[in-house]
Structures are given as C-alpha cells and as structure tokens.
Design a protein around this ligand. Structure first.
Ligand SMILES: Cc1ncc(COP(=O)(O)O)c(C=O)c1O
Length: 349
C-alpha cells in the first residue's frame, strides 16, 4: 500500500497554489510578484522587499546534512508546530479520522486534531514504569478506532523519557499500511538514543519531526522540519502556506550550531541530583531532554514561591499522571543556581 492512500482523498488531487517565486525563481528584473522594488532599510542586505524562497535550498541542504537525509525528504516550516498542523490536515478527515497520542505528552497534537475536527484517542504512558510507551495498547487501539496518525514523542515532553527504538519499530511494523507513526524528536540532541531518521528508508510509514528551537538555540527564528518519504513531503509542500519561512530563516548566518550541549547535559545531571536531595521534592524523573519534571507537595505553592523570586517554571500538574508536578528547563548554570536557591524558600503567603 502506498502511504499516500492514507491522505485525505480530496487533497491527493489538489491543484496547489502556485506562488510567483515557485513559478520562476529570481532574475535581475523581477516584476512578477507585486513586490516593492525598493529596499525597506538603507542597510538591508537580505532583500526583504522580495518574497522569500518557499523552501530555501541552502537551508534544505544544511538540514539534510545535519539529519543525514536527502533534501527532498524535508519540509521546513515555522517550527515543528507547523508540520504537526499540516500533517493532521493532510491525513485526517474531519469527523471521520483520529489521531493517537500517549499522554502525558506535548499538547499540540491534540490541539491540531481538534482544530481539524479529528478525534483524539489516548493510550496513556505507563506511569508506574517511568512513563514508558504502551505499545500493545497502542496496537489494540488501532483495531477499534479509525486512526491515521500516531504521535510518539521521544524524549517525551513533559516527562523526559526516551522511547527505545525497538518499541518504535514494533509499532511501525504493527501499523504498516494502516497508519503513519510521527516520531517527534524535538529534544533528540540531548538524548543518547540514535535518531529514527536512519530508519526512514526501511519504514515508509515513519515520519520524523525535528526542530532548531531547542539544541540549536533558535526558538525565535521558528524553523522546524518534517522528514519523511518524498511522496509525503510533496503532499505537505502542496498544502503549505505560499511562503512559510521568513527570509532571514534561509540566510546562511541563521543556520545555527549546536548550543552548549555538553553544559546542558552536565547541568541536567547536577540539577537532577540537587532536586532528588531537596527537602521540598518528592520525586524527580530521569530525563533525556533539556528539562526535568519533579513532584512537590503543593505545585501551586512552589510555583508561586518561585515566581515571587523571579523564576518561572512550568506547572504541569494538569497533565495526566503528573499531579503536583513542575517542569524546569535546564538553564545556564547561574540560572539553575537561582532556581535551586528560590525553591528552598518557603512559598509566599
Ligand atoms: C515535543 C515538542 N514538539 C514540538 C515542539 C514545537 O517546537 P517548534 O515549533 O518550536 O519547532 C515542542 C515545543 O516545545 C515540543 O516540546
């Protein structure tokens, strides 16, 4: 079965919008896009009066290099958030199809599904086993629900747990021809497990999400990638916004280097040990990402105490299985010190 058979039938034959920049690249006289011929600032070196390339070749080549894939296997958009949204729109028919998620997990999968009118089927992570993925229960869900996309987040946000590759390949094989498995590797650079991108040629139903927002320090630039079979990428490029990326995103200077990866890993270890020994902390979960989730007696009170000291963390108590839990991102060493010092303070009255 061709994976495209899983796409919304009306999209498979959609005639995409054809932007000026797609129809004809660049020339010395460009009069085809109703742009201004005048640079917006006297020192503009980016040519911001011109529409950007929809999928800049420099960026595609660079990301293909980083991830060890071919440029035609990549869609680059405004963060991986955009890829999640486009995937749900491409594969889920409103009121008919469903996505499968394993809570507690990243919230955008369910939001994108709700916006599209797709159902969300939940198979919780196994809380008693450090939030491990429940593959048999995921496979069972497929026999009862019309699931098109299965989102697997590794390392998972907000628990920090990595999913072993063997579990993902078991899932991929078990749902072949019926559903796509979207492996969200937003935090992969902080983990020791290899990327699933190496398996793309073996499993046509495997899709991988990557982002420059975390380890590459570019959250403000909004650059994320979907990596998948060429046929899926062509479909996504047909339904994308005409110009998904702002011009500076495609500029050589923006394409980043990994940011202080070793410091973050060392600080994760230090913070994890300090939290485990902290009198206010009940439990710290192991994390392969750039954050830690931990349980306190009263998350709201601890959160308030921290904010009063000028430190913001995330209260994740509303996530399934994470009552009274906070998530702290691994900051620079002095920020982590400030966090640890503030956590020792009694909560504000
Ligand atoms: C698991 C996961 N996936 C995707 C994203 C979205 O990242 P971005 O849109 O910045 O690429 C996030 C953001 O926090 C995340 O935690």
């Amino acid at each position: 079965m061709n994976v495209l058979d899983l796409a919304r039938p009306e999209l498979r034959h959609l005639k995409p919008y054809s932007s000026a920049r797609m129809e004809a690249g660049r020339a010395s006289v460009m009069l085809n896009a109703n742009e201004s011929p005048y640079a917006p600032f006297s020192d503009d070196t980016l040519g911001l009066n011109r529409y950007p390339d929809p999928q800049p070749a420099v960026l595609l080549d660079r990301l293909a290099d980083i991830y060890g894939v071919r440029p035609e296997q990549l869609f680059v958009g405004r963060g991986s958030d955009e890829a999640i949204d486009l995937l749900v729109r491409a594969f889920c028919r409103a009121e008919l199809d469903a996505v499968l998620i394993s809570p507690p997990t990243f919230g955008m999968y369910a939001v994108a599904a709700a916006v599209q009118g797709a159902a969300v089927v939940s198979v919780p992570l196994r809380a008693a086993d450090d939030f491990a993925l429940d593959v048999p229960a995921l496979l069972a869900a497929l026999t009862v629900h019309p699931i098109k996309l299965i989102f697997v987040c590794t390392p998972n946000n907000p628990t920090g747990a990595s999913v072993p590759i063997a579990q993902i390949t078991e899932l991929l094989a078990g749902v072949a021809g019926r559903a796509l498995v979207v492996v969200d590797e937003a935090y992969a650079e902080f983990a020791d497990t290899p990327s699933l991108t190496q398996m793309l040629d073996l499993y046509p139903n495997l899709l991988v999400l990557r982002t420059l927002s975390k380890a590459y320090g570019l959250a403000g630039a909004r650059i994320g990638a979907l990596i998948a079979a060429n046929s899926i990428i062509s479909l996504i490029r047909r339904i994308m916004a005409p110009y998904p990326l702002a011009t500076p995103c495609g500029a050589d200077a923006t394409i980043a280097r990994l940011q202080h990866l070793q410091t973050t890993r060392t600080e994760r270890q230090r913070l994890s040990a300090a939290l485990a020994a902290h009198p206010a902390v009940r439990h710290v979960w192991p994390s392969a990402a750039n954050f830690l989730v931990f349980r306190v007696d009263d998350a709201k009170a601890s959160w308030n105490g921290l904010i009063n000291a000028g430190v913001i963390v995330r209260d994740v108590s509303h996530y399934l299985g994470l009552a009274n839990c906070l998530r702290v991102s691994i900051g620079a060493p002095q920020e982590n010190d400030a966090f640890l010092a503030a956590l020792t303070r009694p909560p504000a009255a």
